[in-house]
Design a protein. Sequence first.
Length: 192
Amino acid sequence: MFLVVGLGNPGAEYANTRHNVGFMAADEIHRRYNFSAFRSKFSGLIAEGNIDGEKVYLLKPQTYMNLSGNSVVQAANFYKILPQDIVVIHDDMDLPTDKMKAKIGGGSGGHNGIKSIDSCITPNYNRIRIGVGHPIGKNEESVVNHVLSGFSKADKENVESNIDLAVDLLPILLEKGIAEFSNQLGMKLAKR
């Protein structure tokens, strides 16, 4: 049994922003694998389904990014899902929009949603990091403006392509683990 979490902010004004690629990925998983309807629970929206024989709970925290861990820990505790069986999909400013990486554990990279989850459950969970590009400035205001902005046409195409690839390879992560998922991801990205 797995908990797959897509990070984002609730509300129409955030729907197509860089910070919401986790929600976009969750919606694609939901659509592609015919999950149940989302329902409100655990300070989030949760659905359940099956991916290649694995029971999966799909969570979109509705706490706003900075408190995502509150929602994740509620769901993980209720379903008794250990950190190694949690997959968090999120945006990463340190990667360009045509890149994505996966790993278990590590630092937050300044991502407030990841910081919140780390503080609630431990950093040792699976992460799929989807590149959203870096802002021109390095100050906090330019970072906030960047992650809460929409995509250019080319960036949107890159991100959508990455989400499709992550969702395609998700069964590998669930069956064989993050290392094999990461290897497959690297090979597919290299062929683009």
